[in-house]
Write a protein that binds this ligand. Structure first.
Ligand SMILES: [Zn+2]
Length: 319
């Protein structure tokens, strides 16, 4: 499941792939995803892409008049793939995109085809058939064509829980507010007093409190466990009983964790921990590692359930 760092990376990728281009169309390949009627979708055509950015766990693509809001949920991703691949949605934009970037995207598409041929298992809805002659634009490199290279960004999502909304630019803040997005904990640095003010008043243990989106945006289950491990705070402690030093430790631990995860994961295609790779490969110290020696002291990492979610911690170092 993507958390704040993965969404940040996907937003940066969207920005790199699409900024400066003009939307040709938004193709909906999965009716469950359909964000609007045909008329609204048509309105997107011809709008320029100003930027893509992240807010909480949402990636936003800002056009002239409208913003596409993507929420990835369990398995959603944005990728650049060959034009005729099925996707829940495809953003097609033409712009002054760098040819080497395109070559990289084509390489990714080829690698993806090979992985697919290797038998990944799940069958994607292949209802959409693109009638445009495949690859013609790329074969000519797009040079000299009005509008530049065509770029197709696919929203893929095997479990189909992800969402896509179209929001008028002037309504984006209200839209995000209605979703209950609290203030951003990154890249801004906040001090311990800020974290205390946001969270200390909540009843119950600190770990689920960290995940209250209306208090602090974007902290998911993995990041909450890892933050408390770095801060050496026991996840069952009540927020109200933490001291200044502990709030300061959380204030330092969280942004440092995000910096580390982003530095490790940056790339065109992300793998999530729940894709089945070792959490240690993903750089996590305690998450998903119950029974294994903790990186801090070698004690066995313990798991407990808080508010129906798994929490991982070192019983020796976190107090
Ligand atoms: Zn330890």
């Amino acid at each position: 499941m993507p958390e704040l760092p993965e969404v940040e990376i996907m937003a940066r990728n969207l920005d790199r792939w699409l900024r400066g281009g003009v939307v040709e169309e938004l193709v909906i390949g999965d009716e469950k995803l359909r964000p609007a009627d045909d008329e609204t979708l048509l309105r997107l055509s011809g709008q320029r892409v100003h930027r893509a950015w992240r807010r909480a766990k949402y990636a936003l693509v800002e056009l002239d008049r409208d913003t596409l809001v993507l929420h990835f949920r369990m398995t959603g991703k944005v990728v650049v793939r060959a034009p005729d691949r099925p996707a829940r949605a495809t953003i097609r934009a033409r712009g002054p995109y760098a040819a080497d970037d395109q070559a990289r995207a084509d390489d990714q598409a080829r690698a993806d085809e090979q992985a697919k041929a290797g038998g990944q298992g799940h069958t994607e809805d292949s209802a959409r058939a693109d009638e445009r002659p495949g690859g013609a634009d790329r074969a000519h490199g797009g040079r000299g064509r009005p509008g530049g290279l065509l770029r197709e960004v696919h929203f893929v999502d095997p479990r189909r829980f992800g969402t896509l909304d179209i929001v008028a630019n002037g309504d984006v803040e209200a839209y995000l507010g209605a979703l209950g997005c609290g203030p951003e904990p990154w890249p801004e640095r906040h001090d311990g007093a800020w974290w205390r003010a946001r969270l200390a008043g909540l009843r119950g243990p600190i770990k689920p409190a960290l995940m209250r989106q209306e208090r602090v945006a974007g902290i998911g289950n993995i990041l909450a466990s890892e933050t408390l491990w770095r801060a050496r705070v026991h996840p069952a402690r009540g927020g109200g009983e933490l001291g200044d030093a502990e709030w300061s430790a959380i204030a330092e631990a969280f942004p440092a964790l995000i910096d580390d995860v982003i530095a490790r994961e940056s790339g065109d295609e992300l793998r999530y921990v729940n894709d089945g790779h070792d959490p240690l490969d993903a750089g996590f110290a305690v998450y998903g590692r119950a029974g294994q020696p903790a990186l801090c002291c070698g004690a066995d990492v313990q798991r407990m359930v808080q508010a129906t979610r798994s929490t991982f911690f070192c019983p020796r170092c976190q107090r």
